[in-house]
Every structure is written in structure tokens, then in C-alpha cells.
Design a protein around this ligand. Structure first.
Ligand code: NAD
Length: 256
């Protein structure tokens, strides 16, 4: 029996939707019939994501939203709900990378910046999404990282934030499972995105260095992460609660 995703008339809210995994996830939900609220810190890339959503005949709602600012998230969640209808699914994807730096050389400001976006941003997003979903229930998928399940040299602050997402998601999943809000996380490996381009330097040598971490011998695609988000958010994924789904080409399974 073919298994297809059907999100017809569902409303999806995505942070960091102007690029990479967030944009691909918006497009995948639209292709499966959903209307999508796309949010990020800059307007122009969001307009392009909205165009991709609308190309599937679905409605897109664009909101500027900085996940470090609770008020900004609350406003975006409210405006999305007012325009598209109550939010059924939220994807907390916004994040920033840490240029490789040993712990003691990481400045206090840099640590705080990473925590503000990559950890506190997910806390604030979940907080206002849960409040908006209320008794209707829904699904929340948080984007962690391979750095959420193993340590990575030069990534102490980023890994702390990404490990933190998993503890927070598991705990919140227990808070709201009985209320019908299903909370999970995904841990992607090395994925071909603008973030990974910046991280690797985008040079053939830099790309080869990051691909060397991947037993599968290539980077993952944004669609390979988006499809995992769709599964977790679908009825078929309904029994996954507080799960950290590692989708990483084998990057974190052991020493090879
Ligand atoms: P990306 O840089 O292409 O996209 C991230 C988006 O988040 C950008 O559009 C950016 O503007 C937005 N963003 C940054 N700060 C924000 C803020 N304060 N408020 C709202 N939006 C903000 O990156 P990506 O590779 O698509 O990464 C998406 C998520 O996946 C991130 O959480 C990242 O940590 C995670 N991740 C990526 C990889 C990878 O290899 N690319 C691997 C593991 C995890």
C-alpha cells in the first residue's frame, strides 16, 4: 500500500523558514496540502519561501519573527492563527552555527548568542505554540542536531544548546502528551544548506572535510530532513512522543 502524506488544510508554523531546512520543510508541507506560516528575521528570503508554498496552490503567511524575542514569537503565532486558522503543526527550526572554537576561547557573548537563538529560541517558540494550540492539540517538531547526541570538537556552546533542546522537548512532551500536543525533535547530520556552506567555507576542501564525518559519504539533503518532519507530524507518526529522531547518514552512530 503506498503511503503518502496528506496535510490538506492543516496549518503549519515554521521558524527560520527563509533558508535551508526551514524552506524545504515549508515547501514539503505545501506539496502535501498544508497552508504555511513562514517566519524569519528578514523579509526577502521569506517572500521566496512564500512563493514556493503558493506554487502548490496553498496559502502562505509571512511574518518577521526573531526567536530571541518572546513578544515577536507570540505576535507571529497570533497573526498566523488569525490569518490561516489555528496552528496544527509547528516546526522550530531557526538556528545559528558556531564557528569552530575550543571552549576556553569561546567568548561569553558568543556563548550567550548561541544560547539565545538555539536554545532559548526553541523554549520561547514552544511556549507560545503550546499556548496557541491549547486543548485542540497539535504537533511540534524541534530541530536539534547530531551535536544534540554527541560532543563535537570546537562546538561546546552549539552542542550544549542542541543537547538542551532534546531535554526540553522530552520534558515538554510529558507535560502535554495527554493534552494531545505531540512534541518531538530531529537531529540532522551534515545537510547541504547555506549554514553548512558557511561552516565548511564552501570550498572543495571544506566540503570534503565535513563529508568525511559522514559514513554514507555525502551530505544529506534538506528534503531528507523535511520528510522526517512530515512523518513525525502526520497521523502515521502519532505514536512518537518525546522522540529524538537522528537522521544523519550514520554520522553519530559510532567510530568508523
Ligand atoms: P540556514 O542558516 O540555512 O537557515 C537557518 C535560518 O534560521 C535562517 O533563515 C536564519 O535567518 C534563521 N534564523 C537565525 N537566527 C534567527 C532568529 N534569531 N530568529 C529567527 N530566525 C533566525 O540553516 P539550516 O542549515 O537550514 O539550519 C536549520 C536548523 O537545522 C538549525 O537549527 C541548525 O542548527 C539545524 N541543523 C543544521 C544542520 C546542517 O548541516 N545544515 C545540521 C544539524 C542541525
Amino acid at each position: 500500500m503506498p503511503i503518502t502524506f496528506d496535510f490538506t488544510d492543516k496549518v503549519v508554523f515554521i521558524t527560520g523558514a527563509g533558508s535551508g531546512i526551514g524552506r524545504a520543510t515549508a515547501e514539503a508541507f505545501a506539496a502535501a496540502g498544508a497552508d504555511v506560516a513562514v517566519t524569519d528575521t528578514t523579509d526577502e528570503p521569506l517572500r521566496e519561501t512564500a512563493r514556493l508554498v503558493e506554487a502548490y496552490g496553498r496559502r502562505a503567511f509571512v511574518a518577521l519573527c526573531d526567536v530571541t524575542d518572546g513578544r515577536s514569537i507570540e505576535d507571529a503565532v497570533t497573526a498566523a492563527g488569525d490569518t490561516l486558522g489555528p496552528i496544527d503543526i509547528a516546526v522550530n527550526n531557526a538556528g545559528i552555527e558556531q564557528p569552530p572554537t575550543p571552549l576556553a576561547e569561546t567568548s561569553e557573548d558568543e556563548f550567550d548568542r548561541l544560547m539565545a537563538v538555539d536554545l532559548r529560541g526553541v523554549f520561547l517558540s514552544m511556549k507560545y505554540e503550546v499556548l496557541a494550540m491549547g486543548e485542540r492539540g497539535g504537533s511540534i517538531v524541534n530541530i536539534s542536531s547530531g551535536a544534540g547526541v554527541v560532543g563535537i570538537k570546537g562546538q561546546a556552546a552549539y552542542a550544549a544548546a542542541k543537547h538542551g533542546i532534546l531535554g526540553m522537548a522530552k520534558s515538554a512532551a510529558l507535560d502535554y502528551a495527554a493534552q494531545g500536543i505531540q512534541i518531538n525533535a530531529i537531529c540532522p547530520g551534515i545537510i547541504e544548506t547555506p549554514m553548512m556552506d558557511r561552516f565548511s567555507g564552501g570550498t572543495p576542501e571544506g566540503r570534503a572535510r565535513v563529508i568525511a564525518q559522514e559514513p554514507i559519504g555525502r551530505m544529506g539533503t534538506t528534503e531528507e530532513i523535511a520528510s522526517a518532519v512530515l512523518w513525525l507530524s502526520s497521523d502515521l507518526g502519532g505514536f512518537a512522543v518525546g522522540h529524538a529522531l537522528v537522521v544523519d547518514g550514520g554520522q553519530t552512530i559510532g567510530i568508523s
